[in-house]
Ligand binder design. Structure first.
Ligand code: HMG
Length: 405
């Protein structure tokens, strides 16, 4: 579809994800927990689950994702001095006071004249970050805002939510006249105080009412869609593809079905099926999840007529438990493929190592240990990652030490 070349737009200029080198196949998890594998593979739609090793955390994952985007040789280099705002969106924060954006800013050698903050509202905070970044670049048109969504989803060994764990980071820049996605100003958004999922600060695992959380997710979708379509007079026919926050991949099917039922729209799998592949391999990455779905959709575009996305309207649904929801739209920019780092992303998925089940449980327990008040303040960290750009090396006097590897 032709784009108006003269219109000033705001949105996502670059994107890259980072996932650790380790995963557990869902079939292994099912066997160990005595569950029919079809429940995880078919019912939840998951194949593998990314696992955080001892020498990685939200800082190393976030810095690695951003490093990939900043050192992309195929695209024109980003002027690091133009980055004057770094926002870390996470619900796996390591410090109640100091923002995770500060050590990431240091590891990336960004310019000192920069604002660095961490923001929180469950999985929604990445979308809040995008809105904040857009407001910033509207005021400062030559600025680049770096957003890093980084999380480690933990529900507990043998907990009902275990099969929906995962981890990873997604970095993106927001600029004026972006190269990947122009985001529309209109949105439907909702706050509803519910206890569907939460994590008191003294716990390192989330408490969740799983079925209720899925209902709240869908309630938020119908509400925000209603608000969005009321403001814009748009119908489902105006949206070419849907991009959902994915706690697990079949949530997209439930969401799309509910929206179609609500609007008396016939279901068309082509509108939503793409965009689930990364989630199926990684699991829930909380704040990164919605934008991973978008990247998944764009990376799957092989240029064939069915898949061509340039000029198409994407409809996004962000949901953060607790809860805040938002429905918004954006247009895919001509030439976006140049900025998607397909080889780097492909290698991220194909060069991983499957953990034995015992190793998975050991890595899980190690994270509990370093998050504990008694054991986490002074601890040396085994190096297990072979190709991670950044690693956590030790914790001394409650200070995390990192190295470029
Ligand atoms: P569960 O009770 O173990 O699973 O919990 P289930 O019994 O609901 O089964 C799951 C699906 O598998 C069902 O499909 C079953 O029918 C099917 P559905 O009926 O829903 O379409 N199934 C099978 N399919 C094939 N063969 C079989 C078989 N057996 C069953 N043999 C639950 C699942 C997701 C609730 C749990 O894992 C959980 O609590 N997860 C965490 C919470 C969550 O992901 N909530 C989602 C919405 S809230 C959200 O997205 C926000 C969040 O990201 C946090 C944030 O915002 O920060 C979580």
């Amino acid at each position: 579809m032709p784009q108006n070349q003269n219109k000033v737009t705001y949105g996502i200029d670059r994107m890259a994800f980072y996932i650790p080198e380790f995963y557990v196949p869902m079939t292994d998890l099912a066997q160990a927990r005595g569950v029919d594998p079809d429940k995880y593979l078919g019912g939840l739609g998951q194949e593998n689950m990314a696992v955080l090793p001892p020498d990685q955390d939200i800082i190393t994952m976030g810095a690695s994702a951003a490093e990939a985007l900043l050192t992309d040789d195929n695209a024109s280099p980003i002027d690091r001095r133009s980055i004057d705002l770094v926002i870390v969106a996470t619900e796996s924060g390591l410090d109640a006071s100091k923002a995770g954006a500060i050590p990431i800013h240091g590891l990336l050698n960004l310019a000192p004249n920069c604002r660095t903050i961490e923001i929180k509202q469950a999985c929604y905070s990445s979308t809040a970050s995008v809105r904040l970044a857009m407001a910033h670049v509207m005021q400062h048109p030559s600025s680049t805002v770096l957003i890093i969504a980084t999380d480690n989803a933990r529900y507990g060994l043998n907990a009902p939510g275990e099969a929906t764990q995962g981890c990873g980071a997604l970095a993106m820049t927001v600029t004026q006249n972006p190269s990947i996605l122009a985001i529309d100003p209109e949105a439907g958004y909702l706050t509803k105080d519910v206890m569907d999922f939460w994590r008191p600060s003294y716990l390192d695992e989330a408490i969740v009412d799983g079925k209720y959380s899925a209902r709240m997710y869908l309630t938020g979708l119908i509400n925000t869609w209603g608000q969005y379509s009321g403001i814009t007079n748009k119908t489902i026919d105006d949206i070419d593809r849907f991009v959902f926050h994915l706690p697990f991949s079949t949530m997209a099917d439930k969401a799309y079905r509910r929206l179609c039922q609500h609007t008396d729209h016939p279901e068309d799998p082509a509108e939503y099926v793409a965009g689930k592949q990364l989630n199926q391999q990684i699991g829930n990455s909380y704040t990164a999840s919605l934008y991973l779905s978008m990247l998944s959709l764009l990376l799957a575009d092989d240029g064939s007529a069915n898949n061509e996305l340039t000029g198409h309207t994407l409809g996004f649904y962000a949901y953060g438990s607790g809860s805040v929801a938002e429905f918004f739209t954006g247009t895919v920019i001509d030439g976006h493929k140049k900025y998607l780092l397909p080889d780097y992303h492909h290698n991220q998925l194909t060069q991983r190592q499957a953990l034995s089940f015992d190793q998975y449980e050991d890595y899980y327990r190690f994270q509990s240990k370093i998050m504990s008040r008694d054991q986490g303040g002074n601890i040396s960290i085994p190096t297990v990652s072979q190709s991670a750009p950044f690693v956590l090396t030790r914790i001394s006097d409650h200070i995390r030490q990192y190295a470029r590897s």
